[in-house]
Ligand binder design. Sequence first.
Ligand SMILES: [Mg+2]
Length: 458
Amino acid sequence: MDPVQLADASRLRTRATVLHADADSFFAAVEQRDKPSLRGRPVLVGGTGPRGVVSTASYEARRAGARSAMSMSRARRLSPAAAVLYPRFEAYSAYSRMIMSALGTLSELVEPLSIDEAFVDLEAGPFADDPAGAAADVRARIRELTGLAVSIGIGRTKLVAKLASDAGKPDGLLVVEPAQEDDFLLPLPVRAVPGIGPATAAALERLDVRTVADLRRQPLDILTMTVGESSGVNLFRLARGIDPRPVAVSGERKSVGAERTFAQDIFGTDLIAAAIDRVTDEALRRLTSHGGGARTVVAKVRFADFTTLTRSVTLAQPTAEPAELRAAAHQAARAAGISDSVRLLGVSFHNLSAHAQLTLPWDAEDVVPAVLDDPPDAPVDGAAGGPETLRLLSEENARPGLDVEHDTLGRGWVVHVRGRQATVRFESVDTPPARSQVLDLDADPLLLVPPLTPTLDG
Ligand SMILES: [Mg+2]
Protein backbone atom coordinates (compact mmCIF):
# COMPACT_ATOMS: atom_id res chain seq x y z
CA MET A 1 0.00 0.00 0.00
CA ASP A 2 1.16 3.49 -0.77
CA PRO A 3 2.52 5.31 2.30
CA VAL A 4 0.10 8.22 1.77
CA GLN A 5 -2.80 5.83 1.82
CA LEU A 6 -1.49 3.74 4.70
CA ALA A 7 -0.94 6.65 7.07
CA ASP A 8 -4.48 7.94 6.62
CA ALA A 9 -6.26 4.62 6.37
CA SER A 10 -5.01 3.65 9.82
CA ARG A 11 -6.96 6.57 11.27
CA LEU A 12 -10.30 5.56 9.76
CA ARG A 13 -13.00 4.25 12.04
CA THR A 14 -14.40 0.79 11.51
CA ARG A 15 -18.12 1.48 11.69
CA ALA A 16 -20.48 3.90 9.96
CA THR A 17 -21.09 6.52 12.65
CA VAL A 18 -20.57 9.82 10.83
CA LEU A 19 -23.95 11.32 9.96
CA HIS A 20 -24.56 14.06 7.41
CA ALA A 21 -27.92 15.84 7.48
CA ASP A 22 -29.03 18.22 4.75
CA ALA A 23 -32.45 19.86 4.42
CA ASP A 24 -34.01 19.42 0.99
CA SER A 25 -34.19 22.63 -1.10
CA PHE A 26 -34.15 24.46 2.21
CA PHE A 27 -35.03 28.09 1.36
CA ALA A 28 -37.74 27.03 -1.09
CA ALA A 29 -39.13 24.48 1.38
CA VAL A 30 -39.39 27.14 4.11
CA GLU A 31 -41.22 29.43 1.67
CA GLN A 32 -43.65 26.66 0.73
CA ARG A 33 -44.21 25.93 4.40
CA ASP A 34 -44.88 29.58 5.28
CA LYS A 35 -46.91 30.28 2.13
CA PRO A 36 -49.56 27.54 1.76
CA SER A 37 -50.58 28.60 -1.77
CA LEU A 38 -47.06 27.70 -2.97
CA ARG A 39 -47.06 24.12 -1.72
CA GLY A 40 -46.62 21.75 -4.65
CA ARG A 41 -45.81 24.67 -6.97
CA PRO A 42 -42.44 25.64 -8.46
CA VAL A 43 -40.61 28.22 -6.33
CA LEU A 44 -37.36 30.07 -7.02
CA VAL A 45 -35.66 31.91 -4.14
CA GLY A 46 -32.87 34.35 -4.88
CA GLY A 47 -32.03 37.74 -6.27
CA THR A 48 -35.12 39.18 -7.88
CA GLY A 49 -33.40 42.03 -9.72
CA PRO A 50 -32.14 41.96 -13.31
CA ARG A 51 -28.82 40.30 -12.38
CA GLY A 52 -30.31 38.03 -9.72
CA VAL A 53 -29.07 34.51 -9.16
CA VAL A 54 -31.09 31.53 -7.94
CA SER A 55 -30.21 30.58 -4.41
CA THR A 56 -32.60 27.63 -4.14
CA ALA A 57 -35.07 26.06 -6.55
CA SER A 58 -37.91 23.87 -5.24
CA TYR A 59 -38.09 20.34 -6.60
CA GLU A 60 -41.03 21.38 -8.80
CA ALA A 61 -38.80 24.05 -10.40
CA ARG A 62 -35.87 21.64 -10.66
CA ARG A 63 -38.00 19.29 -12.72
CA ALA A 64 -38.22 22.11 -15.27
CA GLY A 65 -34.41 22.42 -15.28
CA ALA A 66 -33.95 25.32 -12.85
CA ARG A 67 -31.22 24.98 -10.24
CA SER A 68 -29.25 27.00 -7.73
CA ALA A 69 -26.48 29.32 -8.96
CA MET A 70 -28.30 29.74 -12.30
CA SER A 71 -29.23 33.26 -13.35
CA MET A 72 -32.75 34.06 -12.24
CA SER A 73 -33.71 35.17 -15.74
CA ARG A 74 -32.74 31.79 -17.17
CA ALA A 75 -34.52 29.91 -14.39
CA ARG A 76 -37.68 31.96 -15.01
CA ARG A 77 -37.58 31.03 -18.70
CA LEU A 78 -37.23 27.34 -17.82
CA SER A 79 -39.94 27.43 -15.18
CA PRO A 80 -42.28 30.26 -16.18
CA ALA A 81 -44.95 29.24 -13.66
CA ALA A 82 -42.51 29.56 -10.74
CA ALA A 83 -43.11 31.97 -7.88
CA VAL A 84 -39.93 34.08 -7.64
CA LEU A 85 -39.19 35.13 -4.07
CA TYR A 86 -36.67 37.32 -2.33
CA PRO A 87 -34.80 35.45 0.44
CA ARG A 88 -36.04 35.86 4.03
CA PHE A 89 -32.91 34.95 5.97
CA GLU A 90 -34.53 35.64 9.32
CA ALA A 91 -37.05 32.87 8.66
CA TYR A 92 -34.39 30.48 7.38
CA SER A 93 -32.23 31.08 10.47
CA ALA A 94 -35.14 30.27 12.77
CA TYR A 95 -35.84 27.00 10.95
CA SER A 96 -32.11 26.25 10.95
CA ARG A 97 -31.94 26.62 14.73
CA MET A 98 -34.75 24.06 15.07
CA ILE A 99 -32.93 21.59 12.81
CA MET A 100 -29.58 22.05 14.56
CA SER A 101 -31.15 21.66 17.97
CA ALA A 102 -32.82 18.40 16.93
CA LEU A 103 -29.46 17.14 15.64
CA GLY A 104 -27.94 18.13 18.97
CA THR A 105 -30.02 15.44 20.68
CA LEU A 106 -27.99 12.80 18.80
CA SER A 107 -24.53 13.85 19.93
CA GLU A 108 -22.51 16.64 21.47
CA LEU A 109 -20.44 16.73 18.32
CA VAL A 110 -22.47 18.60 15.71
CA GLU A 111 -20.55 20.50 13.05
CA PRO A 112 -22.77 22.82 11.04
CA LEU A 113 -21.51 23.29 7.47
CA SER A 114 -24.08 25.81 6.41
CA ILE A 115 -27.50 27.00 7.45
CA ASP A 116 -29.17 23.69 6.58
CA GLU A 117 -26.39 21.13 6.68
CA ALA A 118 -24.36 19.50 9.45
CA PHE A 119 -22.17 16.56 10.33
CA VAL A 120 -22.93 14.66 13.53
CA ASP A 121 -20.48 12.26 15.16
CA LEU A 122 -22.66 9.47 16.56
CA GLU A 123 -19.68 7.95 18.40
CA ALA A 124 -19.92 10.90 20.78
CA GLY A 125 -23.57 10.20 21.63
CA PRO A 126 -25.83 7.39 22.82
CA PHE A 127 -26.71 6.14 19.32
CA ALA A 128 -23.38 4.73 18.10
CA ASP A 129 -24.91 1.23 18.01
CA ASP A 130 -28.03 2.24 16.08
CA PRO A 131 -27.18 4.96 13.57
CA ALA A 132 -30.12 4.15 11.26
CA GLY A 133 -32.59 4.29 14.16
CA ALA A 134 -31.15 7.60 15.34
CA ALA A 135 -31.44 9.03 11.83
CA ALA A 136 -35.04 7.87 11.39
CA ASP A 137 -35.99 9.37 14.76
CA VAL A 138 -34.35 12.72 14.11
CA ARG A 139 -35.87 12.99 10.63
CA ALA A 140 -39.31 12.41 12.13
CA ARG A 141 -38.65 14.94 14.90
CA ILE A 142 -37.47 17.61 12.46
CA ARG A 143 -40.52 17.04 10.29
CA GLU A 144 -42.78 17.37 13.33
CA LEU A 145 -41.06 20.55 14.56
CA THR A 146 -40.57 22.32 11.24
CA GLY A 147 -42.53 20.47 8.56
CA LEU A 148 -39.31 20.16 6.58
CA ALA A 149 -37.67 17.14 4.97
CA VAL A 150 -34.04 16.49 5.87
CA SER A 151 -32.05 13.87 3.98
CA ILE A 152 -29.49 11.92 5.97
CA GLY A 153 -26.47 9.91 4.92
CA ILE A 154 -24.32 7.81 7.22
CA GLY A 155 -20.86 6.42 6.62
CA ARG A 156 -17.56 5.98 8.39
CA THR A 157 -16.15 9.20 6.91
CA LYS A 158 -17.46 12.67 6.20
CA LEU A 159 -16.94 12.04 2.50
CA VAL A 160 -19.14 8.94 2.42
CA ALA A 161 -21.78 10.44 4.74
CA LYS A 162 -22.09 13.52 2.53
CA LEU A 163 -22.28 11.49 -0.69
CA ALA A 164 -24.85 9.19 0.94
CA SER A 165 -27.16 12.06 1.92
CA ASP A 166 -26.87 13.41 -1.64
CA ALA A 167 -27.74 9.97 -3.01
CA GLY A 168 -30.71 9.70 -0.65
CA LYS A 169 -32.30 12.99 -1.73
CA PRO A 170 -35.05 13.98 -1.59
CA ASP A 171 -36.36 12.99 1.83
CA GLY A 172 -34.04 10.00 2.08
CA LEU A 173 -31.95 8.05 4.54
CA LEU A 174 -28.98 6.03 3.33
CA VAL A 175 -26.53 4.13 5.52
CA VAL A 176 -23.35 3.00 3.75
CA GLU A 177 -21.67 0.32 5.86
CA PRO A 178 -17.88 0.02 5.49
CA ALA A 179 -18.29 -3.28 3.62
CA GLN A 180 -20.56 -1.58 1.04
CA GLU A 181 -18.36 1.45 0.59
CA ASP A 182 -16.70 0.40 -2.67
CA ASP A 183 -20.00 -0.67 -4.23
CA PHE A 184 -21.36 2.77 -3.34
CA LEU A 185 -18.34 4.91 -4.28
CA LEU A 186 -16.89 3.31 -7.41
CA PRO A 187 -19.79 3.91 -9.84
CA LEU A 188 -20.24 7.57 -8.80
CA PRO A 189 -19.23 10.23 -11.33
CA VAL A 190 -16.17 12.15 -10.09
CA ARG A 191 -18.21 15.34 -10.44
CA ALA A 192 -20.37 14.16 -7.52
CA VAL A 193 -17.39 14.16 -5.14
CA PRO A 194 -17.14 17.27 -2.93
CA GLY A 195 -13.94 19.10 -3.79
CA ILE A 196 -13.98 18.05 -7.45
CA GLY A 197 -15.45 20.92 -9.41
CA PRO A 198 -16.01 21.28 -13.15
CA ALA A 199 -12.42 22.40 -13.85
CA THR A 200 -10.92 19.40 -12.07
CA ALA A 201 -13.49 17.09 -13.60
CA ALA A 202 -12.53 18.40 -17.06
CA ALA A 203 -8.81 17.80 -16.34
CA LEU A 204 -9.65 14.27 -15.20
CA GLU A 205 -11.80 13.68 -18.26
CA ARG A 206 -8.72 14.27 -20.42
CA LEU A 207 -7.28 11.22 -18.61
CA ASP A 208 -10.52 9.36 -19.41
CA VAL A 209 -11.44 9.50 -15.74
CA ARG A 210 -15.20 9.82 -15.32
CA THR A 211 -16.08 7.69 -12.32
CA VAL A 212 -14.49 7.10 -8.94
CA ALA A 213 -13.52 3.65 -10.24
CA ASP A 214 -11.59 5.31 -13.12
CA LEU A 215 -9.96 7.64 -10.61
CA ARG A 216 -8.84 4.79 -8.40
CA ARG A 217 -6.98 3.20 -11.33
CA GLN A 218 -4.79 6.30 -11.73
CA PRO A 219 -1.33 6.12 -10.15
CA LEU A 220 -0.49 8.86 -7.66
CA ASP A 221 2.21 10.41 -9.88
CA ILE A 222 -0.19 10.78 -12.82
CA LEU A 223 -2.67 12.59 -10.58
CA THR A 224 -0.08 14.95 -9.09
CA MET A 225 1.25 15.70 -12.58
CA THR A 226 -2.26 16.51 -13.76
CA VAL A 227 -3.55 18.64 -10.90
CA GLY A 228 -0.52 19.42 -8.73
CA GLU A 229 1.03 17.84 -5.67
CA SER A 230 -1.42 18.44 -2.83
CA SER A 231 -4.56 18.13 -4.92
CA GLY A 232 -3.26 15.00 -6.55
CA VAL A 233 -2.73 13.41 -3.14
CA ASN A 234 -6.20 14.59 -2.17
CA LEU A 235 -7.77 12.94 -5.24
CA PHE A 236 -5.81 9.76 -4.60
CA ARG A 237 -7.31 9.60 -1.12
CA LEU A 238 -10.85 10.51 -2.16
CA ALA A 239 -10.80 7.71 -4.75
CA ARG A 240 -10.21 5.26 -1.88
CA GLY A 241 -12.80 6.77 0.43
CA ILE A 242 -10.01 7.99 2.69
CA ASP A 243 -11.06 11.09 4.56
CA PRO A 244 -9.52 11.40 8.01
CA ARG A 245 -11.21 14.70 8.90
CA PRO A 246 -12.91 14.43 12.28
CA VAL A 247 -16.31 15.94 13.03
CA ALA A 248 -15.31 19.09 14.85
CA VAL A 249 -17.51 21.51 16.68
CA SER A 250 -16.79 24.69 14.78
CA GLY A 251 -19.34 26.69 16.70
CA GLU A 252 -16.85 28.37 19.03
CA ARG A 253 -16.68 31.31 16.62
CA LYS A 254 -19.81 32.54 14.94
CA SER A 255 -18.20 35.42 13.11
CA VAL A 256 -14.96 37.32 12.60
CA GLY A 257 -14.64 40.89 11.54
CA ALA A 258 -13.12 44.32 11.95
CA GLU A 259 -14.49 47.75 12.65
CA ARG A 260 -13.02 51.21 12.37
CA THR A 261 -14.21 54.53 13.71
CA PHE A 262 -12.75 57.46 11.84
CA ALA A 263 -11.22 60.45 13.56
CA GLN A 264 -13.02 62.60 11.03
CA ASP A 265 -16.07 61.58 9.08
CA ILE A 266 -15.10 60.41 5.61
CA PHE A 267 -17.05 61.12 2.47
CA GLY A 268 -16.72 60.71 -1.30
CA THR A 269 -16.92 57.48 -3.29
CA ASP A 270 -13.17 56.93 -3.58
CA LEU A 271 -12.33 57.56 0.05
CA ILE A 272 -15.19 55.39 1.23
CA ALA A 273 -14.21 52.60 -1.16
CA ALA A 274 -10.62 52.74 0.10
CA ALA A 275 -11.84 52.64 3.69
CA ILE A 276 -14.01 49.59 2.96
CA ASP A 277 -10.92 47.92 1.47
CA ARG A 278 -8.83 48.63 4.57
CA VAL A 279 -11.45 47.35 6.99
CA THR A 280 -12.05 44.30 4.77
CA ASP A 281 -8.29 43.55 4.73
CA GLU A 282 -8.26 43.46 8.51
CA ALA A 283 -11.37 41.24 8.61
CA LEU A 284 -9.81 38.93 5.98
CA ARG A 285 -6.64 38.58 8.09
CA ARG A 286 -8.78 37.41 10.99
CA LEU A 287 -10.73 35.04 8.77
CA THR A 288 -7.47 33.54 7.50
CA SER A 289 -6.23 32.93 11.01
CA HIS A 290 -9.60 31.37 11.84
CA GLY A 291 -8.77 28.93 9.05
CA GLY A 292 -11.96 28.63 7.05
CA GLY A 293 -14.33 30.37 4.71
CA ALA A 294 -17.49 32.37 5.13
CA ARG A 295 -20.80 32.48 3.37
CA THR A 296 -22.26 35.74 4.64
CA VAL A 297 -20.59 39.14 4.61
CA VAL A 298 -22.05 41.91 6.75
CA ALA A 299 -21.29 45.59 6.39
CA LYS A 300 -22.07 48.00 9.20
CA VAL A 301 -22.12 51.69 8.44
CA ARG A 302 -22.61 54.53 10.93
CA PHE A 303 -23.35 57.87 9.35
CA ALA A 304 -22.47 61.32 10.65
CA ASP A 305 -25.92 61.61 12.22
CA PHE A 306 -25.22 58.39 14.17
CA THR A 307 -27.81 56.30 12.37
CA THR A 308 -26.36 52.85 11.88
CA LEU A 309 -27.30 50.45 9.11
CA THR A 310 -26.29 46.83 8.77
CA ARG A 311 -26.64 44.95 5.50
CA SER A 312 -25.60 41.45 4.53
CA VAL A 313 -24.81 39.57 1.36
CA THR A 314 -25.01 35.81 1.40
CA LEU A 315 -23.11 33.83 -1.20
CA ALA A 316 -24.42 30.64 -2.75
CA GLN A 317 -21.65 28.71 -1.04
CA PRO A 318 -18.94 29.39 1.55
CA THR A 319 -15.69 30.75 0.18
CA ALA A 320 -12.27 31.69 1.49
CA GLU A 321 -11.46 33.57 -1.73
CA PRO A 322 -10.47 37.17 -0.76
CA ALA A 323 -11.66 38.72 -4.06
CA GLU A 324 -15.14 37.27 -3.67
CA LEU A 325 -15.44 38.27 -0.04
CA ARG A 326 -14.18 41.76 -0.83
CA ALA A 327 -16.73 42.16 -3.63
CA ALA A 328 -19.46 41.02 -1.24
CA ALA A 329 -18.28 43.54 1.40
CA HIS A 330 -18.55 46.38 -1.12
CA GLN A 331 -21.95 45.10 -2.22
CA ALA A 332 -23.22 44.97 1.36
CA ALA A 333 -21.89 48.49 2.04
CA ARG A 334 -23.64 49.79 -1.08
CA ALA A 335 -26.84 48.10 0.05
CA ALA A 336 -26.59 50.12 3.26
CA GLY A 337 -26.98 53.16 1.05
CA ILE A 338 -23.49 54.40 1.78
CA SER A 339 -23.06 57.80 0.17
CA ASP A 340 -23.07 60.46 2.94
CA SER A 341 -20.42 61.13 5.51
CA VAL A 342 -19.37 57.98 7.26
CA ARG A 343 -18.26 57.83 10.87
CA LEU A 344 -17.75 54.11 11.33
CA LEU A 345 -17.31 51.14 9.03
CA GLY A 346 -17.42 47.48 9.96
CA VAL A 347 -17.06 44.34 7.89
CA SER A 348 -17.68 40.90 9.34
CA PHE A 349 -17.90 37.35 8.04
CA HIS A 350 -20.62 34.99 9.23
CA ASN A 351 -21.77 31.45 8.49
CA LEU A 352 -18.15 30.48 8.95
CA SER A 353 -17.24 27.11 7.64
CA ALA A 354 -14.26 24.89 7.25
CA HIS A 355 -16.16 23.55 4.25
CA ALA A 356 -14.61 26.18 1.97
CA GLN A 357 -11.32 24.36 2.33
CA LEU A 358 -12.83 21.48 0.39
CA THR A 359 -12.95 23.66 -2.70
CA LEU A 360 -9.78 23.02 -4.61
CA PRO A 361 -7.94 26.19 -5.64
CA TRP A 362 -8.15 25.77 -9.41
CA ASP A 363 -11.92 25.53 -9.43
CA ALA A 364 -12.28 29.26 -10.06
CA GLU A 365 -15.16 28.64 -12.43
CA ASP A 366 -17.14 27.15 -9.55
CA VAL A 367 -17.29 30.54 -7.91
CA VAL A 368 -20.88 31.57 -7.57
CA PRO A 369 -21.91 35.22 -7.49
CA ALA A 370 -23.79 36.81 -4.64
CA VAL A 371 -27.48 36.20 -4.20
CA LEU A 372 -28.63 39.64 -3.25
CA ASP A 373 -28.79 42.32 -5.84
CA ASP A 374 -30.47 45.26 -4.19
CA PRO A 375 -29.97 48.50 -6.00
CA PRO A 376 -28.00 50.73 -3.60
CA ASP A 377 -30.81 53.26 -3.37
CA ALA A 378 -33.38 50.76 -2.17
CA PRO A 379 -32.29 49.04 1.03
CA VAL A 380 -34.97 46.81 2.52
CA ASP A 381 -35.19 47.10 6.26
CA GLY A 382 -35.76 43.87 8.08
CA ALA A 383 -35.21 41.81 4.94
CA ALA A 384 -31.47 41.55 4.59
CA GLY A 385 -30.29 41.49 8.17
CA GLY A 386 -31.07 45.13 8.80
CA PRO A 387 -32.71 46.66 11.82
CA GLU A 388 -36.20 45.40 12.47
CA THR A 389 -37.83 48.73 11.93
CA LEU A 390 -41.49 48.39 11.11
CA ARG A 391 -42.12 50.16 7.85
CA LEU A 392 -44.98 50.81 5.54
CA LEU A 393 -44.92 48.81 2.34
CA SER A 394 -44.27 50.87 -0.77
CA GLU A 395 -43.22 50.21 -4.34
CA GLU A 396 -39.63 51.12 -3.37
CA ASN A 397 -39.19 48.68 -0.49
CA ALA A 398 -41.39 45.87 -1.81
CA ARG A 399 -39.76 42.54 -2.60
CA PRO A 400 -41.80 39.49 -3.57
CA GLY A 401 -42.27 37.17 -0.61
CA LEU A 402 -41.77 39.65 2.24
CA ASP A 403 -44.14 39.45 5.19
CA VAL A 404 -46.76 42.14 5.67
CA GLU A 405 -49.59 42.80 8.05
CA HIS A 406 -52.93 44.55 7.53
CA ASP A 407 -55.14 45.99 10.29
CA THR A 408 -58.06 43.68 9.70
CA LEU A 409 -56.93 41.21 7.02
CA GLY A 410 -54.03 39.98 9.15
CA ARG A 411 -50.71 38.55 7.99
CA GLY A 412 -49.80 37.91 4.40
CA TRP A 413 -46.99 38.19 1.89
CA VAL A 414 -46.20 40.50 -0.98
CA VAL A 415 -46.73 39.15 -4.48
CA HIS A 416 -45.86 42.46 -6.10
CA VAL A 417 -46.42 46.20 -5.87
CA ARG A 418 -47.06 48.48 -8.85
CA GLY A 419 -47.38 52.11 -7.95
CA ARG A 420 -49.80 52.19 -5.01
CA GLN A 421 -51.42 48.85 -5.94
CA ALA A 422 -50.20 45.95 -3.83
CA THR A 423 -50.97 42.34 -4.62
CA VAL A 424 -50.90 40.26 -1.45
CA ARG A 425 -51.87 36.79 -0.31
CA PHE A 426 -53.21 36.79 3.24
CA GLU A 427 -52.02 33.41 4.42
CA SER A 428 -49.41 32.01 6.77
CA VAL A 429 -48.06 28.72 8.00
CA ASP A 430 -51.28 27.34 9.50
CA THR A 431 -53.95 29.00 7.37
CA PRO A 432 -55.51 27.51 4.24
CA PRO A 433 -54.07 28.71 0.91
CA ALA A 434 -55.30 32.20 0.03
CA ARG A 435 -56.09 33.84 -3.30
CA SER A 436 -54.20 37.00 -4.09
CA GLN A 437 -55.89 40.29 -3.31
CA VAL A 438 -55.16 43.72 -4.73
CA LEU A 439 -55.12 46.59 -2.24
CA ASP A 440 -54.73 50.30 -2.70
CA LEU A 441 -51.94 51.20 -0.29
CA ASP A 442 -53.37 54.68 0.34
CA ALA A 443 -56.64 53.19 1.60
CA ASP A 444 -55.15 49.99 3.05
CA PRO A 445 -51.62 50.59 4.35
CA LEU A 446 -49.55 47.46 4.94
CA LEU A 447 -46.75 47.09 7.47
CA LEU A 448 -43.60 45.19 6.54
CA VAL A 449 -43.14 42.81 9.47
CA PRO A 450 -40.55 40.20 10.50
CA PRO A 451 -41.40 36.58 9.66
CA LEU A 452 -43.40 34.47 12.09
CA THR A 453 -40.82 31.92 13.05
CA PRO A 454 -41.02 28.56 14.79
CA THR A 455 -39.57 28.38 18.28
CA LEU A 456 -38.42 25.48 20.39
CA ASP A 457 -41.20 25.86 22.93
CA GLY A 458 -43.99 26.49 20.47
MG1 LIG B 1 -29.76 21.49 1.62
